[in-house]
Ligand binder design. Structure first.
Ligand SMILES: Cc1cc2nc3c(=O)[nH]c(=O)nc-3n(C[C@H](O)[C@H](O)[C@H](O)COP(=O)(O)OP(=O)(O)OC[C@H]3O[C@@H](n4cnc5c(N)ncnc54)[C@H](O)[C@@H]3O)c2cc1C
Length: 378
């Protein structure tokens, strides 16, 4: 017999647990029976999230680090980005999981079951190896199915990061580097990212936007070179490593599988196609889903518009990246050179009016972007 719940959250990662927390914040949902399923216990540090954010978040108290300024470097230009009212935040997943599970344990209406899901049916039945559950709504982040349509872009943001501990105090915790393009681009979009937590410890990450992944030793070689030649690290230890691949695609990712099976997180298209940033979008969208449910609306009301101008902007950028007629580092360089950082972040946050969009477009290389825009539209 099926065990019945109001809501089933399939996957206890960034989006599943964020949604659960936003549900807990809604008094109208306090009697709803909620089940969270994940195949893992979620107690390891499997990733570190960084994101810019203006608003307060429930996770501010468990941030690993937070910065008010970021540095940008390209071969022709360097700038300190004063990002107020934004903060650039770093959150370790282990802290996030621990925090969420503490809140879930304290709640009376959420149950966590560690089980591998085999199938989610359109009617809200969730089939696991040893038991079956049924939800009025199922929120899926466990199964990511990105279509592969001809003519769409399927780039990847792939990166390898080292959490470094230096013997000497070499890092300046007030000088995090968002993007350093002064490295060999090898025909792609490649940059280094350096986030110092204190004078001794930093995350150093080699990031690439391209169609194909690299061999493991290529990431390692670039990281080692940057540590020795740019950061002048003499003696250091790699405390932890991180490797990730994030889809950068303009495929229309289905926001739902059926009327009652809603996709969230990467599975629900919460990843910004042009940057790979996902965590802050997950927060906005999951908060909205929870408030919709509290107001007896359909979960995706206000989140499922037919035309999204940012999808078009992202497609144009992905075209420019894919066609490689104009170096990607110059795109970012021009944006940060000509616009206040807040405007760039508002734009990447999908929070701008048409006038601001035009200002942003004006700061790019017009012939390249206009050509790409015309090809995208027609
Ligand atoms: C290493 C890494 C670093 C990243 N860093 C950033 C960053 O700095 N900033 C940013 O904005 N984005 C970042 N991202 C992108 C994105 O924010 C993360 O991938 C984020 O975790 C996506 O959340 P999610 O809920 O969609 O998926 P996940 O967090 O991956 O959660 C999915 C959950 O589903 C579970 N699951 C899968 N299959 C099953 C099954 N069959 N049965 C039961 N459970 C299952 C998994 O165990 C997992 O817990 C990063 C991604 C990676 C991989």
């Amino acid at each position: 017999m099926n065990q019945e719940f109001d809501y089933i959250i399939a996957g206890a990662g960034a989006s599943g647990l964020s949604l659960a927390l936003y549900m807990l914040e809604e008094p109208a949902l306090k009697n709803k029976q909620i089940l969270i399923l994940d195949k893992n216990a979620k107690n390891s540090n499997d990733r570190t999230w960084c994101f810019w954010q203006k608003e307060k978040s429930p996770f501010d108290q468990i941030l690993h680090a937070s910065w008010n300024e970021l540095f940008f470097h390209s071969p022709v230009f360097s700038k300190v980005l004063e990002i107020q009212p934004y903060h650039y935040k770093m959150l370790r997943s282990r802290d996030f999981y621990r925090f969420c599970f503490r809140k879930i344990k304290e709640s009376k209406n959420i149950t966590f079951v560690q089980e591998e899901i085999q199938e989610i049916n359109d009617d809200g039945t969730v089939i696991c190896e040893s038991q079956t559950f049924k939800g009025s709504f199922v929120f899926n982040s466990a199964f990511v199915a990105i279509p592969k349509t001809e003519g769409k872009y399927h780039l990847l943001q792939h990166f390898k990061g080292w959490f470094i501990k230096s013997e000497k105090p070499v890092f300046d915790p007030k000088r995090p580097v968002l993007m350093d393009f002064r490295i060999d681009q090898k025909g792609d979009c490649r940059f280094m990212y350096v986030l110092p937590k204190n004078e001794y410890q930093a995350l150093v990450e080699y990031t690439i936007f391209s169609a194909n992944l690299l061999q493991e030793e290529e990431y390692e070689f670039a990281l080692e070179k940057h540590c020795l030649e740019e950061l002048k690290l003499e003696s250091y230890e790699i405390e932890e490593t991180e490797y990730g691949v994030i889809p950068m695609t303009n495929e229309p990712i289905p926001k739902k599988q059926s009327g009652c099976v809603i996709n969230i997180g990467t599975a629900g298209g919460h990843t910004k196609a042009s940057t790979g940033y996902t965590f802050a979008f997950i927060q906005k969208k999951c908060r909205k889903i929870a408030s919709n449910l509290a107001e007896n609306k359909l979960p995706l009301e206000g989140l499922d518009s037919k035309f999204d101008k940012y999808l078009l902007y992202d497609s144009i950028f992905l075209r420019v990246l894919s066609e490689k007629n104009f170096p990607a580092w110059r795109v970012f360089s021009e944006l940060f050179e000509k616009l206040p950082p807040k405007t760039v972040f508002d734009f990447l946050d999908e929070n701008t009016d048409l006038l601001t969009d035009i200002r942003v477009m004006n700061s790019t290389h017009i012939p390249t972007f206009l050509k790409a825009a015309l090809k995208e539209i027609f």
